[in-house]
Design a protein around this ligand. Structure first.
Ligand code: NAP
Length: 332
């Protein structure tokens, strides 16, 4: 089968190879992948900025496909089912945080950027009927991360003013769509005016260019302030995010694309009764609730561009350069 592996000796750091078809072990299902999607972690792996990297591992955490084989002990009625894959393995029993055995498909275990993947049978869920293969592949990891950040940790309420930063990003797209579906008033930030315009077309009330000086002061003046901020960038923009908050607001961050903040204005934090909350992916219960939300509101993931496996380097480069609006997908 064809598969895209990490190969740090290659200039592209990834390589499309002929690999053995995975065996379907006890308790597992073998999925024939119809579409897969990139997440920023795939690019972090390519950049060497992810822990415990191993060359030769198939990258990719998101995928959708058809159950082609079932292993010992697995219900054979699953054969032929159209499914999506939850990449979050071994969350454990504590809803508040993942167990130390927690891992994500696509490093260190083989991922979805291949024609086949074997996964534990409890990682698959029925593909939402209203989604095509690419949309279905785009959903799991980013949808789960956005759901937990917005709903479980952020406790979004009807009428809340919610700022979703970096709206071109995959997780940000879902956070904005979910917040709108749940009755919040959504604002976005982006480096690109055309992405802000696209977000307003999708229902956002306004957008702000985070590359401009004083954007957060302008946003505060225009909106009256946010009840909730959902951010995947961290870095020095954290001080802007604190500035744009109403007293008592929550800032939930799920990523650090821009690294750590150089400084934290502690007085602004405590005087304004702000909450800084971290969030990572989500539990199995979060995944089911996320799917229910997507089904109820017939939410469709925004697919930026779809590439064949043979053009994987171009797909990864698009993510590296931050050109995307939504999810980048790949098909075998
Ligand atoms: N903890 C978790 O479970 C988890 C799960 C998923 C992702 N993450 C992390 O979250 C981050 C985003 O992931 P993703 O897959 O959604 O990435 P992505 O699709 O590659 O999106 C990255 C986006 O970040 C935005 N951005 C860059 N600099 C920014 C800044 N200073 N302020 C605001 N936005 C900025 C850009 O938005 P514009 O193009 O609009 O400017 C860019 O499109 C990554 O660091 C990733 O590793 C963590």
């Amino acid at each position: 089968m064809k598969g895209i592996v990490l190969q740090r000796k290659q200039a592209a750091k990834i390589q499309l190879l002929d690999l053995p078809k995975p065996a379907c072990g006890p308790g597992e299902v073998l999925i024939k992948i119809k579409a897969a999607a990139l997440n920023h972690r795939d690019e972090w792996c390519r950049k060497g900025l992810y822990p415990n990297l191993k060359d030769g591992v198939v990258l990719g955490s998101d995928g959708a496909g058809i159950v082609e084989e079932v292993g010992a002990g697995v219900d054979s009625s699953l054969l032929g089912n159209e499914v999506i894959i939850n990449a979050a393995k071994n969350w454990g029993s504590n809803e508040k945080a993942q167990a130390k055995e927690f891992e994500i498909l696509g490093m260190p275990s083989h991922g979805t950027l291949a024609e086949y993947i074997a996964v534990p049978a409890d990682r698959i869920h029925a593909k939402p009927m209203h989604l095509n293969w690419e949309e279905a592949a785009a959903l799991p990891l980013a949808g789960l991360t956005a759901y937990r950040a917005l709903v479980v940790k952020g406790q979004v309420q009807v009428g809340d003013q919610v700022l979703v930063t970096g709206i071109g990003g995959g997780v940000a797209q879902f956070a904005a769509q979910f917040a709108l579906a749940l009755g919040a008033k959504v604002f976005v930030s982006s480096s690109a005016p055309e992405k802000i315009a696209q977000a307003i077309d999708q229902g956002a009330s306004a957008g702000f260019n985070y590359t401009q000086a004083n954007w957060s002061a302008a946003a505060l003046q225009q909106t009256g302030g946010m009840n909730l901020v959902i951010d995947g960038a961290s870095g020095d923009t954290l001080s802007n995010l604190m500035e744009v908050c109403k007293p008592g607001a929550r800032i939930v961050f799920y990523g650090a694309t821009r690294g750590n903040p150089g400084q934290l204005e502690a007085r602004k934090l405590f005087w304004n009764q702000l909450q800084l909350i971290g969030s990572t992916m989500g539990s199995d219960a979060d995944f089911l609730q996320m799917l229910q939300l997507v089904e109820k509101f017939k939410i469709k993931p925004v697919v930026d561009q779809c590439y064949p496996f043979s053009q994987a380097e171009a797909a990864f480069d698009r993510m590296k350069e931050g050109k995307q609006f939504g999810k980048i997908t790949l098909v075998p």
